[in-house]
Design a protein around this ligand. Structure first.
Ligand code: A2P
Length: 340
């Protein structure tokens, strides 16, 4: 019989944790015992995975030596405190937060892009999952980077509220219902009303005027591509969409690539679904195509009329699946197949 693993999911009751549980089931991950972990408030609740009911336990009192793999999605502060405890107890942590991503001795992995980096997990027993916006951008750009090189990436994101957790989903839906009923809205998670609005601000402002969400896309692209010279210029924007981030990307390549050549390359790329007909509806959108789908969709490929080596793409993916839960489970699959 093939080997089975004891797995804990930290943040199992959250927006990402719930999808991790469902993906572990869908992909038939070889689980022996599953330990869903959350705050003391959730202890005793039941969650379902692989046709069985499992009881949520309090993270604070959990003994990580019972597990070989930990999938963490409960926020940066929780990972900062508990990931090293888990790692020291022999549990390999796959962390969805930004906390460890920039640490040199922690691999930052997108399986379609740099699966080889997983080998470095032994240094600290922790592997970081990149930011959702970085993941879908690099799944789409890596095949082009390999073919012709990329000098510079200009990107504007259109990010769904689920990236800020369940409270943000409730904030968008409550505000929408209130506005449609002529009532006042309450603002809590975001600095301004998100319903029927667009907010050009995600995460905290940095000294250079960019936000941390934007700088994550710069730092993470350079680390994952192992290319400190690649230039990235992001603007990260929150939009009133529940699931699915979109990105308008313009790249300047090292050698010229035509739109047709880029399409041919992306049609064969792992994790990518090309949806690019130059007709009404011939492109992917977050709600209709990306939501609840594993693929990173690429549409609107066209040569930049303002730059000889410029190319435009529209890239859409489910931020909670490929942007978080699925990417983590894919890392875990490689880990157990090649390393554990
Ligand atoms: P809980 O539901 O018990 O609060 P989201 O990203 O959707 O906001 O979810 C956050 C996840 O992180 C939830 O599963 C939440 O559990 C968990 N979490 C938040 N704070 C803590 C904490 N102090 N200890 C353990 N888990 C926590």
């Amino acid at each position: 019989m093939s080997k089975k693993f004891d797995v804990c999911v930290v943040g199992a009751t959250g927006a990402v944790g719930e999808v991790i549980l469902s993906i572990l089931g869908q992909r038939d991950f070889p689980i022996n015992n599953l330990y869903p972990l959350a705050s003391a408030n959730s202890a005793g609740k039941k969650v379902f995975c692989q046709g069985k009911s499992w009881t949520v336990q309090d993270l604070a009192t959990f003994d990580f030596s019972k597990t070989q793999i930990g999938l963490f999605s409960a926020g940066g502060n929780i990972s900062e405190k508990y990931a090293p405890i888990a790692a020291d107890a022999g549990c390999v942590v796959i962390d969805n937060t930004a906390h460890f991503r920039r640490d040199e001795d922690i691999p930052l992995v997108i399986p379609e892009v740099n699966a080889h980096a997983i080998a470095g997990y032994t240094k600290r027993n922790i592997i970081a999952n990149p930011n959702c916006s970085t993941i879908q951008m690099l799944v789409a750009l890596k095949p082009i980077y390999d073919a012709v090189g990329i000098e510079r990436i200009n990107v504007a994101t259109y990010q769904a509220v689920s990236g800020s957790g369940k409270k943000a989903i409730t904030e968008l839906t409550d505000q929408t219902v209130n506005l449609l009923n002529g009532k006042d809205v309450e603002v809590g998670v975001y600095p301004k009303q998100i319903a029927f609005n667009v907010i050009p601000h995600i995460d905290v402002f940095q000294d250079n005027g960019y936000t941390r969400e934007e700088m994550k896309m710069v730092w993470e692209t350079q680390k994952i591509f192992e290319d400190e010279n690649i230039l990235v210029n992001p603007t990260a924007v929150r939009v009133p969409v529940i699931y699915g981030h979109s990105e308008a990307i313009n790249i300047e390549t090292k050698q010229k690539i035509t739109a047709a050549e880029a399409s041919n390359i992306l049609a064969k790329a792992s994790g990518v679904t090309l949806m690019d007909k130059r007709e009404d509806g011939g492109y992917a959108t977050p709600f209709v195509e990306a939501s609840n789908n594993d693929a990173t969709f690429v549409s609107r490929i066209r040569e930049d009329i303002s730059h000889d080596k410029g190319l435009n793409l529209w890239v859409v993916s489910d931020n909670i699946r490929k942007g978080a839960a699925l990417n983590s489970v894919q890392i875990a699959e490689i880990l157990i197949k090649q390393y554990l």
